[in-house]
Design a protein around this ligand. Structure first.
Ligand code: AMP
Ligand code: GLY
Length: 419
């Protein structure tokens, strides 16, 4: 099978790497990709937001399966353009991607499908925002309605900061605060069959102990030794399947990856958000343990044949991903710093260095080019070994001013998380 991955972040590098290791896959191409992906894919300088250009590239290359990674192209309808060219595509239509593209839309779908989620108000004016904040009380949760790369949400006890965030966004969703640990549960679907992956956990705050601003994700691990045994079955029955059925009922069937961000609150499981694509960096950890050939899952979803694929199988052990972020991330990441130590980290047993915001400068050096620069993903026989290997890799990578969290998967390893 000839495959083309659209995008150039960590998730896309992890997808391209998994495809390159799949015996069913002969070729992996990427547009635009990143310097790390050059080792496992042929890169093409095509704009991932330009559906016509992507479809043309896929046609010229004789691609059998296009995998659209990021939410931007999905919401812009890039998967529609690829399918219109008669090529199988993993990723929802632009209309179905509204499940991620608009938080207000996602809330409507959840209400119709009776999916448990936080109570919420959609607010278009300062007066509405003020009324909603006072109705729920602190801690305040204010979300930009549209796409914001994980940075459109604030959770704060400061009423003025909540009001200021709302004023800066336009339409916002203000909702009740959800306590309890968060879980990312992904499902691959063709619009009918729903195959849940193993649960993972993401670390959204920039600093240790869940302090600092929200980010796109600073690290992840899987599996979750502390999660309730029936979590996957429960979420499949009460969240994933009803949502997929509701999307079909609305005439916007959803195929691709449905990402349920969940909070296991004191009052039960609630959906925090949906995304319409693989999560980053959870995907890096998940794909490191996936045993089922990934092409079978993605192609099955893209062609409506997922029912023939069977539940994904997983290797034993654990995987941990630690993100290295640039100085100033998430507010204003600095670019252009030299990166060294990648090959040394990559050589550690069980370790893959996954690139995201990297580039090659005019002198041929690897330099930083984005907020989340790269991630070290390690597998091990258990969380403790996977963590140790990941941080061994992190210690070898040198980037001026860069920061990472030191506590990814730490509480899970210590057994101090309570669902
Ligand atoms: P979202 O973009 O909706 O996933 O929100 C980003 C992050 O903000 C989530 O992963 C949570 O850590 C936090 N968050 C979002 N909604 C809530 C909520 N209702 N209560 C508490 N924390 C939340
Ligand atoms: N890991 C969070 C996200 O992908 O949105």
């Amino acid at each position: 099978m000839k495959t083309l991955v659209i995008g150039g972040g960590g998730r896309e590098h992890a997808l391209a790497l998994a495809l390159s290791r799949d015996p069913q896959v002969e070729q992996v191409h990427a547009a635009p990709g990143n310097p790390g992906m050059a080792d496992c894919a042929k890169l093409h300088p095509v704009d991932p937001m330009d559906g016509e250009a992507v479809a043309l590239l896929a046609t010229e290359l004789g691609i059998d399966l296009v995998v659209v990674g990021p939410e931007g192209p999905l919401v812009a309808g890039v998967a529609d353009a690829i399918r219109a060219a008669g090529i199988a595509c993993f990723g929802p239509s632009g209309r179905a991607a509204q499940l991620e593209g608009s938080k207000a839309f996602a809330k409507q779908v959840m209400a119709a499908a009776e999916v448990p989620t936080a109570l919420a108000h959609v607010c278009d004016t300062a007066e509405q925002a003020e009324a909603a904040l006072d109705a729920f009380g602190a801690p305040y949760v204010v979300k930009d309605d549209g796409l914001a790369a994980g940075k459109g949400v604030i959770v704060t006890d400061d009423r003025q900061a909540a009001l200021d965030h709302a004023a800066g966004c336009g339409r916002v969703v203000i909702e009740e605060y959800l306590d309890g640990p968060e879980v990312s549960l992904f499902a691959i679907t063709d619009g009918e069959t729903v195959l849940p992956l193993q649960p993972a956990q993401d670390f959204k705050r920039a600093c240790d102990n869940d302090e600092g601003p929200n980010t796109g994700g600073m690290g992840a691990y899987t599996p979750l030794p502390w999660a309730p045994d029936d979590l996957v079955a429960d979420v499949t029955r009460r969240v994933l399947k009803p949502t997929i059925e509701e999307m079909t009922r609305r005439g916007t069937p959803f195929s691709g990856l449905l990402y349920a961000g969940l909070a296991l609150t004191s009052r039960g499981m609630r959906v925090v958000e949906f995304n319409a694509r693989f999560g980053d960096p959870e995907t890096q950890a998940l794909l490191a343990l996936l045993e089922t050939p990934i092409s079978a899952l993605l192609y099955g979803a893209a062609t409506g044949a997922l029912g023939e694929v069977g539940l994904p199988q997983w290797r034993k052990g654990a995987a941990v991903t630690v993100v290295v972020a640039a100085e100033g991330y998430p507010e204003s990441p600095r670019k252009g710093d030299r990166i060294t130590g990648v090959a040394e980290a990559d050589a550690i047993e069980g370790v893959d260095v996954i690139h995201a915001g990297t580039a090659i400068d005019v002198d041929g050096n690897l330099v930083t080019a984005g907020g989340r620069i790269l991630a070290v993903t390690a597998t091990g026989k258990d969380l403790s070994q996977a963590r140790a290997r990941a941080y061994e890799g992190i210690a070898l990578i040198r980037i001026a001013g860069a920061h990472h969290r030191t506590d990814i998967a730490l509480k899970a390893e210590q057994g101090t998380i309570e669902p």
